[in-house]
Design a protein around this ligand. Structure first.
Ligand SMILES: [Ca+2]
Ligand SMILES: [Ca+2]
Ligand SMILES: [Ca+2]
Length: 285
C-alpha cells in the first residue's frame, strides 16, 4: 500500500468514532397513546431497561439530535402489530426549554392533531418514554409506581376555542359582572363563579406554542410525575402534561437535564492521532 493510500485509510478510520457518535447521540422523547384504552390492541413498545407498554395505537416522538432543539416531531400509527412509517408533524425544529420546567427541569413540548391521535370525546391512556444512546425512562402511571393509576386523558367532544383579543376581554367583563351580582348569594354561587374562573384560567393560559417555554401551560396540572434519579439526567422523566386546544393535543415532558446529552456539550472532535502515526514513517514510500 502506498503512503498516500495508507494516509487515506488512516484518515477514514479516524472518522469512524466521530461518525458513530453522531449516529447514536440523539434522544427520543415519546408520548405512547393507547387510543382505545385496551392493552390487548395495538403495538408493544419495549425499552431496554425501563420496561414496556402494551396496546399502543399511536407513538408521537420528539427527537433531540442536537440540543437545544427538537429536530423532528413524528407520529407513527400501529397497523397489524407494527408501527408504520413516521409522519412528520409541523412545528419542528423548535427549542428545548432549559430549566423552565418543574424544579428546574428541561422541557420538551409535542403536539399532534387530536383527530390523528384519537376520536374527540374519547378517553385515551398515555405513557411517556425517553430513550437516549445508553439510558431510558418510562412513566406508565400517574406517580410512576407499578400499582399507580393509569394516566388517562379525556379530550373534549367539541374543540375548545382559543379566546383572544376582544372575545377574551368580553368574557372577563361578563364573569366580573356575574361575580359582582352573585357576591351576596352565598357559598354555592361563589363556587360556581370560581369554577367559571378556573375555566377562564385555562382559556387565558391557552395559545400553546412549541418553544420550550411554559407560560402556555399555566393552570394545567401535571398529568403524572416520576422519580428523579431513576435514569441518566438526559432521559430522566420528572413530570408530564397533556392539554387540548382547538383541534390539537399538546404534550409536555419535563426531563431532569436534557442538556446533559452529549450532543449539547461535546461537538464532534476529529482526532489527528492515527493520521500522525500513518505519516510518520515515509509518506511517499
Ligand atoms: Ca390499544
Ligand atoms: Ca410552550
Ligand atoms: Ca424519572
Amino acid at each position: 500500500m502506498s503512503g498516500v493510500a495508507r494516509f487515506l485509510v488512516a484518515f477514514l478510520l479516524s472518522l469512524i468514532p466521530a461518525l458513530s457518535w453522531a449516529q447514536t447521540a440523539k434522544s427520543d422523547y415519546s408520548v405512547l397513546i393507547d387510543a382505545d384504552h385496551d392493552p390487548a390492541t395495538g403495538c408493544s413498545v419495549a425499552l431496554p431497561t425501563a420496561g414496556r407498554a402494551d396496546g399502543i395505537e399511536r407513538r408521537l416522538t420528539a427527537t433531540v439530535a442536537s440540543a437545544p432543539q427538537v429536530a423532528s416531531l413524528t407520529l407513527e400509527s400501529c397497523v397489524n402489530g407494527r408501527f408504520g412509517a413516521p409522519a412528520a408533524q409541523p412545528g419542528a425544529p423548535f427549542p428545548v426549554g432549559f430549566n423552565t420546567g418543574v424544579a428546574g427541569a428541561d422541557v420538551i413540548e409535542l403536539a399532534a392533531p387530536s383527530g390523528a391521535v384519537a376520536a374527540l370525546g374519547g378517553t385515551v391512556r398515555l405513557y411517556f418514554a425517553a430513550r437516549g444512546p445508553s439510558s431510558d425512562d418510562l412513566l406508565a402511571t400517574v406517580d410512576g409506581s407499578a400499582n399507580g393509576a393509569p394516566i388517562l386523558f379525556a379530550s373534549s367532544p367539541v374543540p375548545i376555542p382559543t379566546l383572544t383579543g376582544w372575545s377574551l376581554l368580553l368574557l372577563v367583563f361578563l364573569l366580573a359582572a356575574i361575580a359582582a351580582s352573585q357576591h351576596r348569594r352565598g357559598a354555592a354561587h361563589a363556587l360556581s363563579v370560581l369554577s367559571l374562573l378556573v375555566v377562564l384560567g385555562v382559556a387565558v393560559a391557552a395559545g400553546f406554542v412549541l418553544d420550550g417555554q411554559v407560560n402556555d401551560w399555566q393552570g394545567v396540572p401535571a398529568a403524572g410525575s416520576d422519580a428523579r434519579g431513576d435514569s441518566a439526567p438526559e432521559t430522566d422523566i420528572i413530570a408530564v402534561f397533556a392539554a387540548q386546544e382547538g383541534d390539537n393535543l399538546f404534550f409536555r415532558i419535563d426531563i431532569a437535564n436534557a442538556e446533559a446529552s452529549p450532543s449539547s456539550n461535546r461537538p464532534p472532535v476529529f482526532t489527528s492521532t492515527p493520521i500522525t502515526t500513518a505519516s510518520v514513517g515515509n509518506p511517499y514510500s
